[in-house]
Write a protein that binds this ligand. Structure first.
Ligand code: NAD
Length: 325
C-alpha cells in the first residue's frame, strides 16, 4: 500500500513524505516544480527524498485534466492521498489571481475526480488554511466559527476547497479530512514567509518590514508538529458510519505570539539586532491567527511540542547551513 503526497517538492510536502518514509511507508510524490519561488530549493528538497527506499516521484501539473487519474490507475497500491500542492501566499494573490484558480480550484477538482475513481482509496487528507477565518475577531479560531468573509483570494480558494471536498464526500462517500494549517515554519521553509524573509534581511544587514506597525499576532507552528498532526489524522479516517465522511480540523501551535516577540526570538537565534521598518497593514492580510485545537487533541492526541525559541533556532541553523552564511 502507498501514500500519494502532492506538493512533495514543497515545504510541508517534503517533510510529510520524509516522515512517512521513515516509518516504512511507500510514498509516491507529485509536484509540478513551478517557479513561484526558487525551483532550486524545490529540487534540493526532492533530492533529500530521491533514492530513499519506497519513494517515487512524478512531475505532474495537477491542473491538467486527468493527469492524476492516469497515475492512480497505474498505481493501484495507492490507498491514501495527502493533497498539499497549492498556490500559497496572500500578497501574490493580488497580482496573480489566475494562478490560485488553476492550482487551488482546478487542480483541487482534478484531485477529487481522481479520488472518486480510485477504487482502493481509504482516506483523502488535504490542506486548508487558517486564512479561511478571515478577519474574525473571536480568538482562538474554532472549526465551528463562521468562515464566510475571506480577506484574500487565497483564503477564498481554500474555503472553496473545503466546500468541494464536502460535496465529493457527500456524493461519492470519499473519506475526507481537511486540515487548516496555521503559519508553518522550520527548516526547508518557504522563502516568501516571515521567518525566511526576516532571517535573510537580518543576516544581510537589511531592514525588515513589520506590517500593521508590528501589531500582529500569529500562531506559529513548527513543521515537526504539523507533520505529526497530518500523520495522526491520516491514520484515523472518518468513522464508516459518518455521513458524509468529511471532517475539518485546525492544526496550530495553540499560542498566539506577538510579531514583536517573534522578531526578538529570531534576533537572539541569529545573534544580531534587526533594523525595523514599520509599515501599514497589507491588503488581504489579517491581524491575528490563533488555533483552537481542542478537537484535534481529543480525536488524534495532537499536542504541539515546539516552542518558537527551539523552532527558530533550528530554522536559523538550517538556513545558515543551506546558504553557507
Ligand atoms: N506553510 C504554511 O504556513 C501554510 C499555512 C496554511 C496552509 N498551507 C497549505 O499547506 C499546503 C502546503 O504548503 P507549503 O507551505 O508546503 O507550500 P509550498 O509552496 O512550499 O508547496 C506547494 C507545492 O505544490 C506545488 N504545486 C503547486 N501547484 C501545483 C500543481 N498544479 N500541480 C502540481 N504541483 C503543484 C508547488 O510546486 C510546491 O512545491 C498548501 O496547500 C498551503 O496552502 C500552508
Amino acid at each position: 500500500m502507498a501514500v500519494l503526497v502532492t506538493g512533495a517538492a514543497g515545504f510541508i510536502g517534503m517533510h510529510v513524505a520524509a516522515a512517512l518514509l521513515r516509518r516504512g511507508e511507500a510514498v509516491i510524490g507529485v509536484d509540478n516544480l513551478n517557479p513561484y519561488y526558487s525551483v532550486a530549493l524545490k529540487e534540493a528538497r526532492l533530492a533529500t527524498l530521491t533514492g530513499q527506499p519506497g519513494f517515487a516521484f512524478h512531475r505532474i501539473d495537477l491542473a491538467e485534466r486527468e493527469g492524476l487519474i492516469g497515475l492512480l490507475a497505474k498505481h493501484p497500491e495507492i490507498d491514501r492521498v495527502i493533497h498539499l500542492a497549492a498556490q500559497p501566499g496572500v500578497r501574490y494573490s493580488l497580482e496573480h489571481p489566475r494562478d490560485y484558480v488553476a492550482a487551488n480550484l482546478i487542480a483541487f477538482l482534478e484531485v477529487l475526480e481522481a479520488c472518486r475513481h480510485a477504487k482502493t482509496l481509504k482516506h483523502f487528507v488535504y490542506a486548508s488554511s487558517s486564512s479561511v477565518y478571515g478577519g474574525n475577531t473571536k480568538l482562538p479560531f474554532a472549526i465551528e466559527d463562521p468562515v464566510d468573509a475571506p480577506q484574500s483570494l487565497y483564503a477564498a480558494t481554500k474555503k472553496a476547497d473545503e466546500l468541494m471536498a464536502y460535496a465529493y464526500a457527500h456524493l461519492y462517500g470519499i473519506p475526507t479530512t481537511g486540515l487548516r494549517f496555521f503559519t508553518v515554519y522550520g527548516p526547508w521553509g518557504r522563502p516568501d514567509m516571515a521567518p525566511w524573509l526576516f532571517t535573510e534581511a537580518i543576516i544581510g544587514d537589511k531592514p525588515i518590514r513589520l506590517f500593521n506597525h508590528g501589531k500582529m499576532q500569529r500562531d506559529f507552528t513548527y513543521i515537526d508538529d504539523i507533520v505529526a498532526g497530518v500523520i495522526a489524522c491520516l491514520d484515523k479516517p472518518p468513522a464508516s458510519d459518518m455521513t458524509p465522511p468529511c471532517r475539518l480540523y485546525n492544526i496550530g501551535n495553540n499560542r498566539c505570539e506577538e510579531l514583536e516577540r517573534f522578531v526578538a526570538v529570531l534576533e537572539h537565534a541569529i545573534g544580531k539586532t534587526a533594523t525595523k521598518e514599520l509599515a501599514p497593514m497589507q491588503a488581504g492580510d489579517v491581524v491575528a491567527t490563533y488555533a483552537d485545537i481542542t478537537a484535534t487533541t481529543r480525536d488524534f492526541g495532537f499536542q504541539p511540542q515546539t516552542t518558537i525559541e527551539e523552532g527558530l533556532s533550528r530554522f536559523v541553523a538550517w538556513y545558515r547551513d543551506y546558504h553557507k552564511v
